[in-house]
Write a protein that binds this ligand. Structure first.
Ligand code: KE4
Length: 428
């Protein structure tokens, strides 16, 4: 797995035409110090690079591919739909069918609108929450990612309760300071913030299981506490379920934990690997959207027939009641085997897992928030990534991301993964 001349050549070429040679920063593999492998094919649990190496894939396109790569039902739906035309810019029967499926599955959804990405979903949900409440401040949590719209590219202020500062050049300070970024799982900080800004907070947006600082589950009572505070303060609770939606349960985190938000953002799995996002929730809120309401939101390819067909096909396979029990068993087995091998080899790590999403943090832990996650040994993480790649296992190239297990990963694949990790750690 160390010979990859074509990836090296293609990367040098790509650097000429695309910033960093990639269309999304994490794909540049900067955190692991290797040339990114150019992937040309996926099949089941595997991806193949341009130098003909095969890898067991735990990136899963950052979450969408819960069925594995190129599942036959999804491929067939895409081919069949494409033959009828690729886009009409008009409403289609399939959009309504996908909307109804999402509403039936996700407990708090009464209405839903399709968009093209998770970023659009979260950006639109926040605009709607601000319009509906007439307030403009928003609470988010350090280490949670809600796409790259300005209000979310905010670093936590110097003090826990202070206003946000731009997390990227180009984000106006006027926008950033309306965002208050607090420690994840810290309900007291949320309580204090509402006291600091009474009547000013439009919404709390939260990943109900964090995936973007690595996997960090909600502490007992955290989500219920957010729900209670929003209700009593007249603010809206937004669950960003772009990762967790249909990943950790058919109805997402809100079904698993029994806490219902006012608005939900979806993406990834609901597009079956094609660009689909969605946001939805209470009917009284969603009916404030154009064209029936004053809150503007739109999209040329929103509800695209091919993307909708891929999403519907994927969800129809995933809807088998056995799916989540199977995914839970796969996740539990792999986490236990990795933990056992790490302990045997004297490697200090913390494994956080919810269902088929997990992260190995190279720190003694526990990891309950971004500050905990940042204690991870990033050099050890990079060595582990490089070692696993050489063993034929393709992990997310960042300590602060999640591994995703699919229904295509067999028990043999999981055993291979645990054995590969053991071989890597045996050389430390
Ligand atoms: P997109 O705009 O990338 O479709 O979705 C943004 C988004 C929103 N909310 C959550 C919880 C998310 O995880 C994401 C996107 N996730 C990242 C990685 N965890 C996508 C990978 C990338 O940026 O290339």
């Amino acid at each position: 797995m160390t010979d990859f001349p074509n990836s090296q050549r293609l990367y040098q070429e790509a650097l000429e035409f695309i910033p960093g040679g990639v269309n999304s920063p994490v794909r540049a593999w900067q955190a692991v110090g290797l040339t990114p492998r150019f992937i040309v094919r996926g099949a089941g649990p595997h991806v193949y690079d341009v130098d003909h190496h095969r890898y067991l894939d735990y990136v899963a396109s950052w979450g969408p591919l819960i069925l594995g790569h190129a599942p036959p039902a999804v491929v067939a739906a895409i081919i069949e739909t494409t033959a009828q035309g690729t886009s009409f810019g008009a409403t289609t029967p399939a959009e309504g069918e996908l909307a109804q499926l999402l509403i039936q599955a996700v407990p708090s959804l009464e209405m839903v609108r399709l968009v093209n990405s998770g970023t659009e979903a979260c950006m639109s949900a926040l605009r709607l929450a601000r319009a509906a409440t007439g307030r403009f401040r928003v609470i988010k949590f350090d280490g949670c990612y809600h796409g790259h719209a300005d209000p979310f590219l905010v670093a936590a202020g110097s003090g826990v309760l202070t206003q946000g500062i731009p997390g990227s050049p180009g984000v106006p300070p006027e926008i950033a300071r309306l965002t208050l970024s607090l420690p994840y799982n810290d309900l007291d900080a949320v309580h204090q913030t509402f006291k600091e800004y009474p009547g000013e907070i439009a919404a709390i947006i939260v990943e109900p299981v964090a995936g973007n600082m690595g996997v960090v589950p909600p502490a007992n009572g955290f989500l219920a506490g957010l729900r209670e505070l929003c209700t009593q303060e007249g603010s809206l609770l937004i669950f960003d379920e772009v990762i967790t939606g249909f990943r950790i349960a058919w109805g997402g985190a809100q079904a698993l934990y029994g806490v219902h938000p006012d608005l939900t953002c979806l993406g990834k799995i609901i597009g079956g690997g094609l660009p689909v996002g969605a946001f939805g929730g209470r009917r009284d809120l969603m009916q404030q959207l154009a064209p029936i309401g004053p809150v503007y939101q739109a999209g040329t390819l929103a509800g695209n027939p091919i993307a909708v067909a891929a999403g519907r096909a994927a969800l129809s396979v995933l809807g088998d009641p056995e799916s989540y029990d199977t995914l839970e068993k796969k996740g539990a087995w792999l986490a236990a085997a990795l933990a056992q091998n790490a302990q045997r080899r004297g490697v200090s790590l913390t494994i956080n897992r919810v269902g088929s999403m997990l992260t190995l943090f190279f720190t003694a832990g526990p990891v309950r928030c971004l500050d905990d996650a940042k204690r991870s040994d990033l050099t050890r993480f990079a060595r582990f990534f490089q070692g696993m790649l050489a063993e034929g296992v393709y992990l997310p190239p960042s300590q602060f991301e999640a591994w995703f297990i699919s229904l295509a990963h067999t028990q043999e694949d999981l055993e291979f993964t645990a054995a590969a990790a053991d071989r890597v750690w045996s050389r430390w």
